[in-house]
Design a protein around this ligand. Structure first.
Ligand code: NAD
Length: 506
C-alpha cells in the first residue's frame, strides 16, 4: 500500500511579484525599505511590500483618528455604512481568483481552499451590513413619571486590527466589516508573511467608496508596527488574532493606556469519539480537522480522545484516510494539503514529533518531511501518533502542523477531564449518537465553540472565540459586533419637577 498521496508540481507560470504599499488617508504610500515573501511551495519571490516604520504607523493612526473625529463615518447613518459594506461584498466576489492565487502563493494553502476563504468572506461583509442597520441600544420608560433613560450604543473609536498569516483574508473579514458597521475607523497590520490580500482588500474599499482615512493599512513587522498599534494613546481598541505568546505581549503593551483588547489566540482542540458514534463520519471529520490548512489552523483538531474499545479500529480508519489525502502543489485544484509556512516552522513540527517518539509514543503514520516532485521540501507528512500521555509536549502544545495525537478514555468523565486538561479552550467536539452524552459534554467542556457530530462548521450569525489562554472577547455574530460598540447612558428629566438640593433666596 502506498504511504501517501502526493501531487507533483503542475506546469504553470507564476505571476510577477505583487507590489504592496501602505494605505494612509486614502493614498497609497511607499517606504524606502521593503520586504519580500517567497512562496513556501515554490521558493520564488511572490510579493515585495513597503516596510512600515514608526513614522508611517503614526501617520496611519493619525489618519484614522482624524477620520473618526470628523464624523465622516462614525456619524454616518447605518444605511450609508451598509451600502458601502454591501458594495465591498460584491467586489470581493468579483475578485476571488486574483486574491486567492496571491493568498496561495504567500501562504502555501491549496488554491481550492483560498477560493473558499476569499469567496466565503463576502458573506461576512453582507452579514455585517445587516448589523449596521439594526444596531440599537435600550430605552427605560419605567424610571418614574419625570424620567426617561436611554442606553446609546456608539462606535468605540479607532481600532487597531492585527492579523496572522494562516487565514489572512478571512480573519480580516471577521474583524473589519464589523468594526466598520459599528462606525469605527481602523488601522490594519497584516502578517509580514501574507500582506498582499489585505492590500487587495484596501483596493476594494477605495473602489466601494469608503471615505479616506476610515481604513488605513500599514505593512511590516510586529516591531515597530504592531507594537505601536498596541500602545498608541490615540488607539481605543486592539483586536488581535495570532499566537498566545504575542497576545500576552499585546495585553501588556496596551495596559498603559487601558485600551480595550480583544484576542483570538491558539488552541489544542480535541474531538472525543464515543463507542456509539458514526465512526465513518467521525473518521472523515477527524481527517479533515487535522489536515485542513496543513493543520496550521487555530481550530485544528490536533488531538482525539477515543474510547479504548474502539481505539484500534478508529485509528486504522484515520490512517487509511490520511494516506488518501492529496498533499502537494497548492496551485493544483485537486490538492487538499499544501506547504508549511516556513522552513523553521517545518523543523519545529518535526522536533515535536521526534521528541514524542523518543518519549515512547508510537508513530502510526508519517513523522518526517515530505519532498514534493518539482517543488521545494517545505511539506510535512500526514502524521498520526498514538500511545501519547497527557504530559507530553505534543499533547499540550499547539504543534500547528499535519500531526494528530491519539489518547484513549474509559468514561465520559475521563474524556471531559482530558478535554479540559489544557491551557487552551478554543473549540472541542464529540461524536456520539446519544444526544444526552453530547449535551452533557457540551455543557461541561471549557471551550468557546462545541461541535457535536460535526467539526469546524461556522456561520456569520454565531459568535466565535476562546476561553482560558485561547483568547478574550468574541468575533462575528451580534456578540462580535457589540465588541466594537461603547455604551453610553443618557438620563433625561421630563418637565420641571425636580426638588432643589439647596433652597434659593431668589
Ligand atoms: P503571530 O502571533 O506570530 O503573529 C500575528 C501578528 O502579530 C502578525 O501580524 C505579527 O506581525 C504581529 N506581531 C508580532 N509581534 C507583535 C508584537 N510584539 N506586537 C504586536 N503585533 C505583533 O501569529 P502567526 O504565526 O501569524 O499565526 C499563528 C497563530 O495564530 C497560531 O497560534 C494560531 O492558533 C493563531 N490563530 C488564532 C485564531 C483564532 O481565531 N483564535 C485564528 C487564526 C490563527
Amino acid at each position: 500500500m502506498k504511504d501517501f498521496t502526493v501531487n507533483a508540481a503542475i506546469d504553470c507560470d507564476l505571476p510577477p511579484p505583487f507590489r504592496g504599499r501602505h494605505l494612509i488617508a486614502g493614498e497609497w504610500v511607499d517606504s524606502a525599505e521593503t520586504f519580500e515573501r517567497a512562496s513556501p511551495s515554490h521558493g520564488t519571490v511572490v510579493s515585495v511590500s513597503a516596510c512600515g516604520d514608526h513614522a508611517t504607523t503614526e501617520r496611519a493612526i493619525g489618519a484614522a483618528r482624524t477620520a473618526f473625529d470628523t464624523g465622516v463615518w462614525s456619524r454616518a447613518s447605518g444605511k450609508e455604512r451598509a451600502t458601502v459594506l454591501l458594495r465591498v461584498a460584491a467586489l470581493i466576489e468579483a475578485n476571488v481568483e486574483r486574491i486567492a492565487v496571491q493568498e496561495t502563493l504567500e501562504s502555501g494553502k491549496p488554491i481550492s481552499q483560498s477560493r473558499g476563504e476569499v469567496g466565503g468572506a463576502a458573506d461576512l461583509w453582507r452579514y455585517a451590513a445587516s448589523l449596521a442597520r439594526t444596531a440599537h441600544g435600550d430605552s427605560h420608560n419605567t424610571l418614574g413619571e419625570d424620567m426617561l433613560g436611554v442606553v446609546l450604543k456608539e462606535p468605540i473609536g479607532v481600532v487597531s486590527i492585527i492579523t496572522p498569516w494562516n487565514f489572512p483574508f478571512w480573519i480580516l473579514s471577521q474583524k473589519l466589516p464589523f468594526a466598520l458597521a459599528a462606525g469605527c475607523t481602523v488601522v490594519v497590520k497584516p502578517s509580514e508573511m501574507t500582506p498582499s490580500s489585505t492590500v487587495m482588500m484596501g483596493e476594494l474599499l477605495l473602489e466601494a467608496g469608503l471615505p479616506a482615512g476610515v481604513c488605513n493599512i500599514v505593512l511590516g513587522h510586529g516591531q515597530p508596527v504592531g507594537s505601536l498599534l498596541s500602545t498608541h494613546k490615540d488607539v481605543d481598541m486592539v483586536t488581535f488574532t495570532g499566537s498566545t505568546a504575542v497576545g500576552k505581549l499585546i495585553t501588556q503593551a496596551s495596559s498603559d493606556t487601558l485600551k480595550k483588547v480583544a484576542l483570538e489566540l491558539g488552541g489544542k482542540n480535541p474531538q472525543v469519539i464515543c463507542p456509539d458514534a458514526d465512526l465513518e463520519s467521525a473518521a472523515d471529520a477527524v481527517t479533515f480537522g487535522v489536515y485542513f490548512n496543513v493543520g496550521q489552523c487555530c481550530n485544528a483538531s490536533s488531538r482525539i480522545i477515543v474510547h479504548e474499545d474502539i481505539a484500534a479500529d478508529f485509528v486504522a480508519r484515520v490512517v487509511a484516510l490520511s494516506r488518501k489525502v492529496k498533499f502537494g502543489d497548492p496551485l493544483d485544484p485537486d490538492t487538499q494539503v499544501g506547504a508549511i509556512v516556513t522552513p523553521e516552522h517545518n523543523a519545529k513540527i518535526d522536533a515535536y514529533v521526534q521528541a514524542a517518539v523518543a518519549a515512547g509514543a508510537t508513530l502510526e503514520l508519517g513523522g518526517g518531511m515530505l519532498p514534493v516532485e518539482g517543488l521545494g521540501a517545505q511539506f510535512y507528512q500526514p502524521t498520526v501518533i498514538s500511545n501519547v500521555s497527557p504530559d507530553m509536549a505534543i499533547a499540550r502544545a499547539e504543534v500547528f502542523g499535519p500531526v494528530l495525537v491519539v489518547m484513549t478514555y474509559r468514561t465520559l468523565d475521563e474524556a471531559i477531564s482530558l478535554t479540559n486538561d489544557s491551557v487552551y479552550g478554543l473549540s472541542a467536539g464529540i461524536w456520539s449518537e446519544n444526544v444526552h452524552t453530547c449535551l452533557e459534554f457540551a455543557r461541561r467542556v471549557e471551550a468557546g465553540t462545541v461541535w457535536t457530530n460535526t467539526w469546524m462548521d461556522g456561520y456569520p450569525e454565531l459568535a466565535f472565540g476562546g476561553v482560558k489562554q485561547s483568547g478574550q472577547g468574541r468575533e462575528i455574530g451580534r456578540y462580535g459586533f457589540e465588541e466594537f460598540l461603547e455604551v453610553k447612558s443618557l438620563v433625561m428629566r421630563i418637565g420641571r419637577s425636580r426638588a432643589p438640593w439647596v433652597e434659593s433666596d431668589v
